[in-house]
Design a protein around this ligand. Structure first.
Ligand code: ASP
Length: 306
């Protein structure tokens, strides 16, 4: 048995027409770093859960992506982060929503799964778990990025004028990973700052098990990115697993159907990365691009934007 790993850095990629060479190179470097972090663990016989968390941490630490350090701002100019993990063998899951402080929200989601009897925690109790677990905290300055702040100001201005931004990079983004380890266990991890200028307290699909994050060894592991409300209403990630289980669809068929036939016609711009029990990967998206990458022991690591 071999391992495989796929990651995404969000479907809110900058429009092709506005992409610069420097930015493109920086995105590829960030994605490659995350793939490497996950691959090392899988190659050494580590778990799919650890690999997905490591890959997501690398993306959370990179200010280019909307999660952790590069999280977007809500309409009050604050950052509230959501994250989730799920392991496919036991179907154990952990999630947090609306947190600010932990350097790597995905590690807190894993702590909720491993240290509590619950699946999702919010508020001060979630932060207490982070402290108990000894997770690193960062201050406002660490999480501040000028580009995200400017995006908030621009979005507020456009809203006042009654128009909507045409730039998906301004609106959203998320990071995520799915993996199959050498024992055949699947896992998914997802982390996000949510959508720019979201209402304080708004929670997206990312931490909702079955919507933005899902893993089941019998079918697949999925991590989504896109217009969260639509992914929640169509239960996007679990719908892929359900189609495989009940309709006998392949991962590719099920993932394509959900992204192109269900989400796209319902204002659900975005995409996802998914992996099946045989380690096959699907990375469909209906947006202009999706930062993404995969590693396969035979073909090595590859990263893509458009
Ligand atoms: N799905 C995320 C959310 O709605 C945002 C994104 O991936 O673009 O919070």
């Amino acid at each position: 048995m071999s391992f495989s790993l796929a990651i995404h850095g969000g479907a809110g990629t900058i429009l092709k027409s506005r992409m610069t060479r420097e930015r493109e190179a920086a995105v590829h470097t960030g994605l490659a770093r995350a793939l490497h972090a996950g691959e090392e663990i899988l190659r050494d016989g580590g778990s799919a859960l650890d690999a997905t968390v490591a890959a997501v941490c690398a993306l959370e630490d990179d200010p280019l992506f909307n999660a952790g350090r590069g999280a977007v701002f809500n309409s009050d100019g604050k950052q509230e982060m959501d994250a989730a993990v799920m392991e496919g063998k036991t179907r154990k899951a952990g999630a947090i929503a609306g947190v600010f402080g932990p350097r790597n929200p995905v590690k807190l989601a894993r702590a909720v799964m491993q240290r509590t009897d619950h699946v999702m925690l919010i508020g001060p109790e979630a932060l207490k778990i982070a402290r108990k677990e000894g997770l690193a905290f960062e201050d406002k300055q660490y999480f501040f990025t000028q580009a995200r702040w400017d995006a908030l100001q621009e979005t507020i201005k456009l809203r006042k004028e009654g128009s909507v931004s045409d730039d998906p990079a301004r609106r959203h983004g998320t990071v995520g990973a799915v993996a199959r380890d050498l024992r055949g266990t699947l896992a998914a991890a997802t982390s996000t700052g949510g959508m720019t200028a979201k209402l304080p307290g708004r929670v997206g699909d990312t931490p909702m098990i079955g919507a933005g994050t899902f893993a089941d060894n019998e079918t697949c592991a999925v991590s989504c990115t896109g217009h969260g409300e639509v992914f929640i209403r169509w239960n996007a990630a679990a719908e892929i697993a359900a189609r495989m289980r009940h309709r006998g669809e392949t991962l590719r068929q099920a993932a394509d159907h959900v992204v192109h036939e269900i989400l796209a016609p319902n204002d659900g711009s975005g995409g996802l990365v998914a992996i099946d029990r045989d380690g096959k990967i699907a990375m469909p998206f209906n947006s202009e691009g999706m930062y993404r990458g995969l590693v396969d022991p035979e073909t090595g690591a590859k990263t893509f934007i458009f």
